[in-house]
Design a protein around this ligand. Structure first.
Ligand code: NG1
Length: 399
């Protein structure tokens, strides 16, 4: 969406008002470290060039009026308050309410605003469009109230605030949206939130491609997501009740830091079974893969990084059970088209894959995906392939 289109949209929605600020909050592609952020284990995402944009006109009262460039998200209105009633699940106003509650409660915002929203991120694709929306709206309300929150602290608070929409999510998406750096991949650690920026190797390209299956959190994907988190908690409780772990640290992170991934996997094999064992095994193996992938990134080890992507996909498919036939087929098509590795990215249950290629092979990968995947099935109209450019974090500009 061009700045002119954004301003035209604003003028059509709010004739009398004049925007004073423009906010941009990016989506992200997670390179590795999937379904581990809610257990406070490190992740390795980068921000995308695609983002949510908001034009902001502060108001003299506490009313928040929302309009969206997408007609399927109709206009909404509510008044700022420290505690807001959620609207029915799936209503986009809940993302604004999540943001509003936080800026009122923790930062003392009192002024409402007219907000016009436009997004170039595909929804339900595993690219963190919902967190980009919450971050953008929260920054918009901050701008209307002349507040400039500290990005790390704001990200941690926004992660908790977004749970208002009903997903028991981790903190990766808000952290990267607020703290990304152009040209860099971020390694994010949680509690306390820490972001290490690592230059993306110049000749590597991360290509994002959509499976054609929308993973709507308002539909089944939210329950599946929350169920995985609950599985992790019950696996941890079972593991900690074993005699072998008496007196051991009581979190995944504490256990991993104390024993290391390999030893823990060995302890888990002897004390857990079935689903609990599989879920815990993914936590331990993904933790080790993130550490190895970081080393490969720093050393420019292209093949090594690709191997970690493939192994992560296998673990998400077999142990964490968040893949689907289309994601598996798309990852396979990427490997057959020159990618050195590929995996589902984001929460899964549909959405996108991320594949790694040499810059000189990015076009070959794109046409390979068309031939081997999009041309073959019902996914043709969902064709979405993006050569990701590691983007900057959220920005607020005065107009
Ligand atoms: P996406 O990819 O946006 O569905 C979700 C969570 C993350 C993280 C990943 C899986 C939200 C807002 N975000 O992201 O915190 O757990 O899944 O790694 O639900």
């Amino acid at each position: 969406m061009t700045p002119d289109e954004l301003h035209d949209g604003f003028a059509r929605a709010f004739a009398a008002a004049r925007p004073t600020h423009r906010v941009r909050a990016p989506g992200r592609v997670n390179l590795i470290g999937e379904h581990v952020d809610y257990n406070e284990l490190p992740v390795l995402p980068m921000a995308l060039q695609l983002a949510v944009h908001v034009l902001v006109a502060p108001r003299d009262d506490a009313t928040v009026r929302l309009a969206n460039a997408q007609p399927r998200y109709g206009p909404r209105e509510f008044a700022l308050a420290p505690t807001l009633e959620p609207s029915p699940a799936g209503d986009w106003v809940n993302y604004a309410k999540a943001a509003a509650q936080l800026v009122v409660r923790d930062y003392g915002a009192t002024r409402g605003a007219d907000l016009f929203v436009a997004s170039d991120l595909p929804p339900a694709a595993g690219l963190a469009s919902s967190s980009a929306l919450v971050v953008a709206l929260a920054l918009a309300l901050c701008a209307a109230n002349a507040l400039a929150p500290q990005p790390l602290e704001f990200a941690a608070r926004l992660a908790a605030a977004e749970r208002f929409v009903g997903t028991n999510s981790g903190g990766m998406d808000q952290a990267i949206a607020l703290n990304a750096r152009a040209g860099h991949v971020c390694r994010i650690e949680f509690a306390p939130l820490r972001v290490e920026t690592l230059p993306a190797p110049a000749n590597w390209r991360f290509v994002v491609a959509h499976s054609g299956v929308e993973a709507h959190k308002a539909a089944g994907a939210r329950e599946h997501y929350n169920a995985r988190r609950a599985d992790c908690e019950s696996a941890l409780a079972q593991l900690l009740s074993s005699a072998e772990l008496r007196g051991a640290p009581r979190s995944y992170r504490g256990l991993l830091e104390h024993f290391g991934a390999e030893r823990l996997a060995w302890i888990a094999e002897r004390n857990l079974s079935g689903r609990s064992l599989a879920r815990a095994r993914h936590q331990f193996s993904e933790f080790a893969r993130v550490a190895r992938a970081r080393r490969c990134l720093v050393a420019g080890d292209f093949e090594g990084f690709g191997a970690e992507l493939d192994a992560s996909h296998a673990s998400l498919r077999d142990d964490f059970e968040v893949s689907c036939a289309q994601l598996d087929a798309l990852a396979e098509a990427a490997r057959a088209s020159g990618a050195v590795g590929a995996r589902l990215t984001g929460a899964g249950f549909g959405g996108c894959i991320v594949a790694l290629v040499q810059a000189s092979d990015a076009e070959r990968l794109k046409s390979g995906l068309r031939e081997r995947f999009y041309a073959r099935g019902p996914s043709r109209e969902h064709e979405f392939v993006l050569v990701a450019e590691p983007g900057a974090g959220a920005q607020v500009s005065a107009l």
